[in-house]
Unconditional design. Structure first.
Length: 741
């Protein structure tokens, strides 16, 4: 007979002492359905308690490290020498983890555009779809844990991992991240990992860097997007970051990890970043669930020592283990394990071709919807299909990998080279050549390496399309906003040599904002980001007008580095290394991050947050604003009409901003709601009907009160602004809300 469990194993955990464990284990091995933790009629909490009830001390320890937890039939970790003394209990799954913000980083995987491009779509359904496809591809390759999505607050345009995130706004980032999580976890047995928590805003000295930030700013700027994401989704894990927050490492910071679990309601487990610095005791006490990769801080020897000295109790360790096991069970990892072949060799299927017509179509759709038309002077775009000479200049457009950069190297952000294999890339030069030749035109290609040759090509073209790039990603932060590989000089040479009356179109493939000293001399500028494997077909569809532009900037593009929230102050970015070797980064700009800084300081950016042109034009009318109070807080009801006043069908991303009463001390305005319209025919209108809910996790009507440690709703007059960007406001109205006491 199976022994009865204690009433609350979570409060009474002790190593299982029954003499019948071998007999029980043999039975479970023969039939996993008899194992108490495999009883699907029980809750995830009950099943996790059951497994840990029957665990030995060392078996419980295993859950605190990726190797021990995810490879149950391995006793020793090779490189570290950590010995768990036994195998894990039977009927526990082999689990694979993979990085995956822009795609599964293995051969024969779909290369989607960078996450910043997905952010530029403002399309929640598309974020869900990409998540679902990522989970499907990951699972097919033997990975149940996908380390995505990431959130940042866009503190500096020089942050190396900017392309890995959704931009600078809390609402947009949190909402898009949540939908990607929901899509990914729609696959049974697959869980997402939301990262990198928190105030992880640079790569320079990322493991020995302290983000020094006041409590209000921490909650309102850096934790807010995580809170929004967690209110709309239930990720299996949240990854703690490398950096310190106010001199305490993120993976052992009781304040930030406490807020995550106690204030934001996070139910999963905290996973460390690879090689993150922490102490054994500090991390477990603060709430770390699992250390990724090797057990540098969570080996049996280290945990035993901490227990022996009284620094940790077995109950402390139980709570960490429980958070992992419960999350694995809740997300189906125990019930939808990878195949027996992959369980024996988790890497056996990593090269399986998971590219399908559906994933390829999604990659193209993200590239099309995420591209942003920054400038389009005199309607230079769309191009016509009439016979003309089109010159494509820039090696980024070519599939020739003997010349760099090329279509493969700009396909994705950097990570020891391109983060994605991009083995199915369709180069823009090939797609444009096909389009021009089909119309009976003349196509010229020049790789742009020799300015004399490039100028000759432009001099003979009716339209010149120049490709320019700036590669960035993990490990380093760029030191300037200039284009790579002499891109500015190439564009300036082309504009100087172009045939009179001809067009120069610039296609930027960057992960963040760049300076544009040539902007006044070109006809059109397209920000394509890192456009993934379908970059060629997507760009042709956009440039020739078969698909209309709908993308909007998820971040501000400044005129120069000096005109940014951190400016040229090295104390703010990238910080100053102190006598202990810690780079101290002072967040003295406070709440003035992103477009709020431009609002508050009356600085006009090069292109504002939310900007993006279309082949259509849109008119905003009939703004109506009303307020309502409830026990949970105020609400603002906003309605207005958007009309297509152009000649082409198009989709607008209507944006609603909110300015708090002056007494709130909040800089500028904040994005409070947004909606993509349906595709509107010329002359057609759509009524936008949105609520700004003060009780939501976005806390749009509130500020953080550090004295009382809570959100406090502002009282007074709120200004509602609607428009096409943070700077292109079409209508304003105000509404009064009084706080109930």
């Amino acid at each position: 007979m199976t022994p009865m469990l204690p009433a609350s194993a979570a409060e009474t955990w002790q190593p299982y002492a029954g003499s019948d464990i071998s007999t029980l284990a043999a039975g479970w091995t023969a039939n996993c359905a008899t194992a108490p933790w495999m009883d699907r009629s029980k809750t995830a909490e009950q099943r996790a308690d059951a497994l840990l009830h029957y665990s030995s001390k060392n078996q419980m320890y295993r859950w605190l490290n990726e190797f021990g937890a995810n490879y149950p039939t391995e006793q020793k970790h090779g490189s570290s020498g950590a010995d768990y003394g036994s195998l894990q209990l039977p009927c526990t799954p082999t689990v694979g983890l993979t990085d995956g913000p822009d795609g599964i980083r293995q051969a024969n995987s779909t290369a989607y555009p960078a996450q910043i491009a997905l952010g530029a779509t403002w399309d929640e359904e598309l974020a869900y779809q990409k998540g679902a496809l990522l989970g499907e591809e990951g699972y097919a390759k033997g990975y149940q844990g996908v380390l995505t999505p990431g959130i940042s607050s866009g503190r500096s345009v020089l942050a190396g991992r900017t392309p890995e995130y959704f931009g600078e706004d809390s609402l947009l980032s949190g909402t898009m991240a949540a939908q990607q999580i929901n899509g990914l976890q729609s696959n049974p047995g697959v869980f997402a990992t939301l990262k990198h928590y928190v105030a992880n805003e640079q790569e320079t000295n990322r493991t020995t860097q302290s983000s020094n930030v006041d409590e209000r700013t921490l909650r309102e700027v850096y934790e807010r997007p995580f809170e929004i994401a967690l209110s709309l989704s239930d990720p299996g894990a949240v990854m703690c970051a490398y950096n310190q927050i106010n001199s305490v490492y993120a993976c052992e910071n009781p304040d930030t990890l406490g807020a995550l679990k106690n204030d934001m309601g996070f139910k999963g487990f905290v996973l460390s970043d690879s090689g993150a610095k922490m102490t054994t005791v500090g991390a477990v006490k603060a709430g770390l669930g699992q250390e990724i990769n090797r057990p540098s801080h969570t080996s049996p020897a280290q945990l035993n020592e901490a227990v022996a000295t009284g620094a940790l109790t077995l109950q402390d360790i139980y709570e960490s283990a429980y958070s992992v096991v419960r999350s694995y069970i809740a997300h189906g990892v125990f019930d939808a394990p990878i195949s027996a072949t992959k369980a024996t060799d988790p890497l056996a299927n990593r090269a399986v071709n998971t590219r399908t017509p559906e994933t390829i179509a999604a990659a193209r759709e993200i590239a099309e919807k995420g591209a942003v038309l920054l400038k389009n002077e005199s309607s230079a775009l769309p191009l016509t299909t009439s016979k003309q000479t089109v010159a494509v200049i820039g090696s980024q457009a070519s599939a020739d990998t003997t010349v760099t950069p090329n279509a493969v190297t700009v396909c994705s952000q950097s990570f020891f080279g391109p983060a994605l294999k991009c083995d199915g890339v369709v180069a823009p030069a090939d797609s444009i050549r096909e389009k021009v030749n089909a119309a009976g035109g003349n196509f010229i290609y020049d790789n742009g390496k020799d300015l004399t040759s490039a100028k000759a090509a432009a001099a003979n073209a009716d339209t010149t399309i120049v490709f320019a790039s700036k590669i960035m990603g993990e490990f380093t932060d760029p030191t300037s906003m200039s284009l790579d590989n002499g891109g500015d000089a190439l564009i300036q040479a082309v504009t100087a040599a172009k045939k009179p009356g001809s067009k120069v179109i610039v296609v930027l493939e960057t992960g963040s904002a760049v300076t544009m000293p040539w902007l006044n001399d070109v006809s059109s500028v397209v920000e394509a980001w890192y456009p993934g494997e379908q970059q060629g077909p997507a760009l042709v569809n956009l440039l020739w007008g078969d698909v209309n532009f709908t993308g909007k900037l998820p971040m501000t593009f400044p005129k120069s580095l000096a005109e940014t929230p951190t400016g040229n102050d090295i104390k703010q970015f990238p910080g100053v290394v102190d006598s202990k070797g810690i780079r101290q980064v002072d967040y003295t700009e406070g709440l003035e991050v992103g477009y709020k800084w431009y609002d508050e300081n009356n600085v006009a950016p090069l292109f504002p947050f939310g900007h993006g042109l279309s082949y259509s034009t849109f008119e905003y009318n009939n703004l109506h604003v009303n307020s309502a109070n409830s026990a949970k807080g105020g609400k603002i009801h906003v309605t207005f009409d958007v009309k297509n006043t152009g000649q082409a069908a198009g989709t607008e991303i209507a944006q609603v901003y909110l300015t708090l009463p002056a007494t709130a001390g909040a800089p500028g305005k904040s994005l409070a709601a947004y909606q993509r319209t349906s595709e509107l025919a010329p002359g057609a209108s759509q009524t936008i009907d949105l609520w700004i809910d003060g009780s939501s996790a976005a806390h749009p009507l509130s500020t953080w009160d550090a004295a009382t440690n809570q959100w406090t709703q502002a009282s007074g007059t709120f200004t509602v602004s609607v428009g096409a960007s943070a700077s292109d406001i079409r209508a304003n109205d105000s509404v009064g809300i009084r706080t109930k006491h």
